[in-house]
Design a protein around this ligand. Structure first.
Ligand code: PEP
Ligand code: MN
Length: 293
């Protein structure tokens, strides 16, 4: 049965599990992503202001989060939408990193920006619109930074694995796969969250699998349920949008959780995480368990 599951992926051999291949564990600061840990990456869609970013960083750090997300270069579908602060945004992320001891995940849009973004990012995010931008994949791979590779919104699982294979082939083993929802005939949600992809990727690949319930849902009310589904499907972590004042966000406010919403969502995940292997336990705020993140 399992052999059948592997059949469509023969052209991405190095991402697949194999007898000689250990689960990939991605080192980030003092943490390890994958291999039994659960990593929460949270923060605003876009870096907007110093106040916004610091408020988010401060709250999230106290809630036990160690990886801050925030876009400085934004791939906006409309040319009239906020495109991100660029280098100024990266510098704000650096201040949050230094102040709160957070690792930074941020998107890089093109290969000519890789060197600059990699100076500030602990993890390079390759967005859904760029999953098949092979020049970018190559430059990002060569930066040596861990890479979170988002599934293209119109990409199959095999397409995602081919792009991951490229990054491995370019010499960077630290790839994380991210399910963020795909386009289907269904329009009630922003995208269709493919929870089955998470389960399948966990079965067949050795790479950490991260779920982004925010871009899948498109509505904040749905985000916690999709996060719980992701945990139940075996995800190694979450990438989730959180904003101090979602209604005032410059991008993706409708799907951003406020602090209270984020805390409630995390609380709802603990019992599910506790059902997994003991190593998957997530430290609850106030309980210091350094080995587990
Ligand atoms: C984001 O994370 O804000 C983003 C633009 O994601 P995606 O590439 O999945 O749309
Ligand atoms: Mn966003």
């Amino acid at each position: 049965m399992l052999a059948g599951l592997y059949e469509g992926f023969a052209d991405s051999p190095d991402v697949l599990k194999g007898p000689q291949r250990a689960l990939t564990v991605v080192p980030v600061l003092d943490m390890e992503i994958g291999g039994g840990n659960f990593a929460t990456m949270a923060g605003p869609c876009s870096v907007e202001t110093e106040f916004q970013l610091m408020a988010a960083a401060s709250h999230l750090r106290r809630a036990g989060v160690r990886i801050l997300r925030g876009g400085a270069f934004k791939p906006r579908s409309s040319p009239y939408a906020f495109q991100g602060h660029g280098l100024a945004g990266l510098k704000m992320l650096a201040r949050a990193r230094a102040e709160y001891g957070l690792a930074i995940i941020t998107e890089v849009l093109c290969e000519t920006d890789v060197q600059m973004v990699a100076e500030y990012a602990d993890i390079l995010q390759i967005g859904t619109r760029n999953m098949q931008n092979y020049a970018l994949l190559e430059a990002a791979a060569h930066s040596g930074r861990p890479i979170l590779l988002k599934r293209g919104m119109m990409a199959t699982i095999a397409d995602l694995l081919r792009s991951a294979q490229c990054i491995l082939e370019f010499g960077n083993p630290h790839v994380m796969l991210c399910e963020r929802g795909i386009r289907t005939f269904e329009t009630a949600m922003r995208n269709t969250f493919d929870a089955g992809a998470i389960a399948l990727l966990k079965l067949i690949t050795h790479l950490p699998v991260i779920a982004d319930p925010s871009h899948a849902a498109g509505h904040r009310e749905l985000v916690p349920a999709l996060a719980r589904i992701a945990v139940a499907a075996g995800a190694d972590g979450l990438l989730v949008e959180v904003h101090p004042y979602p209604k005032e966000a410059w991008s993706d406010g409708e799907q951003s959780l406020d602090f209270q919403g984020f805390d409630a969502m995390m609380k709802s995940l603990y019992p599910l995480l506790a059902l997994r292997e003991p190593a998957y336990a997530y430290p609850q705020p106030g309980k210091r368990r350094e080995a587990l993140r």
